[in-house]
Design a protein around this ligand. Structure first.
Ligand code: NAD
Length: 482
């Protein structure tokens, strides 16, 4: 049985699409068709933005509601998401190949974020009165930024949607979300949840479509702010469109982070196996913050290579919906050939292939699989050390001392995540502080809703999560009183 939808969620109302075009979704594991949805066209985006505009501009509307009323809707959205959680995990896993056990971890962020921002908006004063220097008082008022265009990728689709939806709703914005064509079934389940939670008319729309539709939405005259998560190439083009419109934009882009193993790190897989796996290989390598450049002290180089060889060759590769799978297929045929191209590049640049290599994993003759691959013997100048691969491919690079480890970590166009592994907390902290990156974990990695997440250099502009994430959806206005 396939999951087929006939209507689009436009302004909170299930609506007939403007054309007969459809997006057909295949299972990443079996390549079988598992569902289809209408593809939104420009007329549908126009309708979604018009509905969002009305909801935002309407006197007494959503944007002017007391924070408590909006917080109640967010709390209800958390409950409605949880009601559908298992269906959402299954849809994500079937579509993009995320192992189901990992979907149950990575895609549980949305209700956490809905509740986190509900609490934050309850506590945050709408205005602050300051004693002025030239004026009697300056009242600084926060207000929602307006109609938000949110563009999300397919790799962790629900959590990445919620990182925009939760603060946007909390702030009082209305929002039009464009999911990736690879992951649309879960987006419709989120729309069901929003409808059941009573998100008011006009406030939330879902317009599934490709890059062209995304570009149309980004440049739409009715949009006030753009929030984009995706590749650095896509982000650059979104940034150019926003630059000419002088439209505020948040960009969460690609990464090529370093996992720095210090010479005192505990590498016993019984202690650190799960954390090391999560920080370097989660979701089949399809997570932006993974530490895919493993930096190893030369005196423990062979031991580090052996540790990762064990980790990778011991991970069950298979159908994403199989409970025992740790590494599933990639999200699409395109991704499979892109990642295979990088495996070729590593081999042709002279890497030692410690695990994996070209070809399909044994016994898996369908699905967009690659073999999890571990490269050794390359420097930081190799293509596989410089470019984001977005697959289960790691490269171990040797270094002499902590200063060189930091230098190699920073020798990258990107700066999104990273980890430091050490049994000395102070030493780990000082290395972590020296890495040029937006976020870094010590002996593990997990973004936390309380603290800003985002990249430096080519990894992006702006922050999500924490109060900083809410600020991205708010304007501040100063009222001078004499
Ligand atoms: P992508 O850039 O191809 O597409 C992402 C989304 O943007 C899709 O919805 C796509 O249709 C849309 N899009 C692409 N080009 C566009 C344009 N010019 N105008 C408007 N919309 C456009 O990225 P992808 O391959 O789907 O996702 C993987 C990438 O996302 C990786 O580079 C990964 O690192 C990055 N990512 C970053 C973060 C982060 O928080 N920094 C999180 C997840 C993924």
């Amino acid at each position: 049985m396939t999951d087929d939808r006939s209507e689009l969620f436009i302004g909170g109302v299930w609506t007939a699409p403007s054309s007969d075009n459809r997006i057909t979704v295949r299972s990443a594991s079996t390549e079988q068709v598992i569902g289809s949805v209408p593809e939104a066209g420009e007329a549908d985006v126009d309708a979604a933005v018009a509905a969002a505009r009305r909801a935002f501009d309407e006197p007494g509307g959503w944007a002017t509601w007391e924070p408590e009323r909006r917080a109640e809707i967010l709390d209800r959205l958390a409950v409605e998401y949880e009601t559908r959680a298992e269906a959402i995990f299954t849809a994500v896993s079937a579509q993009n190949g995320m192992p189901i056990s990992i979907a149950r971890q990575l895609e549980t962020f949305p209700p956490v974020l809905f509740r986190y921002y509900a609490e934050l908006i309850r506590k945050q004063p709408t205005q602050e009165v300051r004693g002025g220097v030239f004026v009697r008082t300056a009242t600084v008022r926060r207000s929602p930024v307006g109609v938000v265009a949110a563009i999300v990728p397919w790799n962790v689709p629900q959590s990445l949607t919620a990182t925009k939806l939760a603060p946007a709703l909390a702030a009082g914005c209305s929002i039009v979300v464009k999911p990736s064509p690879e992951t649309v079934l879960d987006a419709f389940l989120l729309a069901d949840a929003a409808e059941a939670a009573g998100v008011p008319e006009g406030v939330f729309s879902v317009v599934p479509g490709g890059r062209g539709l995304g570009a149309y939405l980004v440049a739409h005259p009715g949009v006030d702010k753009v929030a984009f998560t995706g590749s650095t190439v896509g982000g650059r083009s979104v940034a150019q469109a926003c630059a000419s419109l002088l439209r505020p934009v948040t960009l969460e882009l690609g990464g090529k982070s370093a996992a720095i193993i210090l010479d005192d790190a505990d590498l016993d897989l019984a202690h650190v196996g799960q954390s090391l796996f999560g920080a370097t290989l989660a979701n089949n390598g399809q997570v932006c913050f993974l530490g895919t450049r493993v930096l190893a002290p030369k005196r423990r180089y062979d031991e580090v290579v052996e540790t990762f060889a064990h980790l990778m060759s011991g991970a069950a590769v298979g159908d994403a919906l199989d409970e025992s799978t740790l590494i599933g297929p990639l999200a699409s045929r395109n991704q499979q050939s892109r990642v295979s191209g990088y495996i070729d590049a590593g081999i042709s640049e002279g890497a030692t292939v410690v695990v994996g290599g070209q070809g399909r994993p044994e016994g898996l003759d369908r699905g967009w699989f690659v073999r999890p691959t571990l490269f050794a013997g390359l420097g930081n100048d190799a293509t596989v050390a410089r470019e984001e691969i977005f697959g289960p491919v790691l490269t171990v690079i040797g270094y002499d001392d902590d200063a060189e480890a930091v230098r190699i970590a920073n020798d990258s166009d990107y700066g999104l995540g990273g980890t430091v592994w050490s049994s000395d907390p102070d030493r780990a902290l000082s290395v972590a502080a020296a890495v040029q990156t937006g976020t870094v974990g010590i002996n593990g990695y997990l973004p936390d809703p309380s603290a800003p997440f985002g990249g430096v250099k080519c990894s992006g502009i702006g922050k999500e999560f924490g109060p900083e994430g809410l600020a991205g959806y708010q304007n501040v206005k100063s009222i001078y009183q004499f």
